[in-house]
Design a protein around this ligand. Structure first.
Ligand code: NAD
Ligand code: DAU
Length: 350
């Protein structure tokens, strides 16, 4: 039986990738390797936790010995690496956690695969999941392609850029069969509510202010999380060794337009008068070094591997809202305790 280690499988995107692989590939053993930080939640995987081809290992990727031990135990044929510190605002407050997990943790995984595979890479694959933020900030025109020069501008994106460079270095230096993808902003079920869309949904439900950084003019390209998982599936199986693929939704929104659309959907779903939720919009102090615009050209992925998004934003956003309204317990669980502490610290002085 083949074995794939998926790191960060208890997080937002990772849980959708684990579910997809467990269900679609019953002949492959899926090992979810996750440290269960504030962002990791095994409740995300309750529906597959008893599947015979699924197993969870609580491992911190900054612990090289623990990573080596788990690789020796399971002898994986493939790695899909999603574990990361992923929130830009947290990276501004505490960069070191990002250096440790995103850079050192990635190198620990690269080393563990070399040891486990004894530098014999036949039939093996190391897939590194990265972000469009490594390319920096666009002006009003243009798109990020796979050839765009790296220009990361936050501690988060600099740590991800660093890990991308290290993954490529292991391809060129040791011949490790790597593949990398850089994706735009994801949204959908299980998104931790310190990121814009789930935070706004939670605040609208609770009649709390919706904090918009600066003037709300920053632009992001949004992709439904299951479409990211389907792209990861196709790239893992068909992507070329040493190749990079950009993944995006071709779906640009300014933050303020997105929030107005979300407010409209929420008013409909909650049976509120049109315009009620929008009254909660509150402009707050901008994010330090706030990148103006991200937009992805994913034509290489479409042309070479035949992938394209399955949902429009007009379909995906109401579907996402429905999930949050139906999963109040999940939302209450993740917003209790340390979330309250984070929220107060992050927003009280803005
Ligand atoms: P997330 O923060 O929701 O989940 C991260 C997961 O990694 C959690 O389960 C956490 O417990 C785990 N983790 C963190 N530190 C760890 C450590 N030291 N050892 C082991 N596990 C650890 O993140 P996400 O939004 O699901 O993002 C997943 C990946 O996709 C990240 O690499 C991120 O850079 C990338 N990405 C995210 C987006 C997005 O919009 N969310 C877009 C493009 C790329
Ligand atoms: O582009 C891909 C990246 O998308 C991923 O690599 C990151 O892991 C992921 O977190 C996301 O980063 P962003 O910084 O774009 O996501 P966030 O949801 O934090 O913010 C989206 C936009 O909304 C951004 O312009 C900042 C703004 N914002 C965010 C929050 C939390 C607000 O205006 N108010 C807020 O309270």
């Amino acid at each position: 039986m083949r074995t794939i280690v998926i790191t960060g499988g208890a997080g937002f995107i990772g849980s959708h990738v684990v579910r997809r692989f467990v269900n679609r590939y019953p002949h492959i053993r899926i090992i979810n390797l996750d440290a269960l930080t504030y962002a990791g939640n095994l409740e995300n995987l309750a529906d597959v936790e008893n599947a015979s081809n699924y197993m969870f290992e609580k491992v911190d990727i900054t612990d090289a010995a623990a990573v080596n031990a788990v690789f020796a135990k399971h002898c994986p044929d493939g790695v899909i690496h999603l574990a990361a510190e992923s929130h830009v605002d947290r990276s501004i407050a505490d960069p070191m956690a990002f250096i440790r997990t995103n850079i050192e943790g990635t190198v620990n995984l690269l080393n563990a695969t070399r040891i486990a595979w004894k530098d014999n890479f036949e039939g093996k694959r190391f897939y590194h999941i990265s972000t469009d933020e490594v390319y920096g900030s666009l002006g009003e025109e243009g798109l990020f392609t796979e050839e765009t020069s790296y220009d990361p501008r936050s501690p988060y994106s600099a740590s991800k850029a660093s890990s991308d460079h290290l993954v490529r270095a292991y391809f060129h230096t040791y011949g490790l069969p790597v593949v990398i993808s850089n994706c735009s902003n994801n949204y959908g079920p299980n998104h931790f509510p310190e990121k814009l869309i789930p935070l706004a949904i939670n605040n609208i439900v609770n009649n709390r202010p919706i904090p918009i950084y600066g003037k709300g003019e920053n632009v992001r390209d949004w992709l439904y999380v299951e479409d990211h998982a389907s792209a990861i599936d196709v790239i893992f199986h068909k992507g070329g060794a040493g190749e990079t693929y950009n993944i995006g939704g071709n779906n640009e929104w300014t933050n303020i337009d997105l929030i107005h659309l979300l407010c409209k959907v929420m008013d409909e779903k909650l049976g509120r008068e049109p315009g009620t939720s929008a009254q909660l919009i509150t402009y707050v102090q901008d994010r330090a070094g706030h990148d103006l615009r991200y937009a992805i050209d994913s034509s290489k992925l479409k042309r070479e591997l035949g992938w394209q998004p399955s949902l429009t934003f007009e379909e995906g956003l109401p579907k996402t809202v429905d999930w949050y309204l139906a999963n109040e317990r999940w939302l209450n669980n993740v917003t209790s305790g340390s979330y309250q502490h984070y929220y107060t610290k992050q927003y009280q002085e803005r």
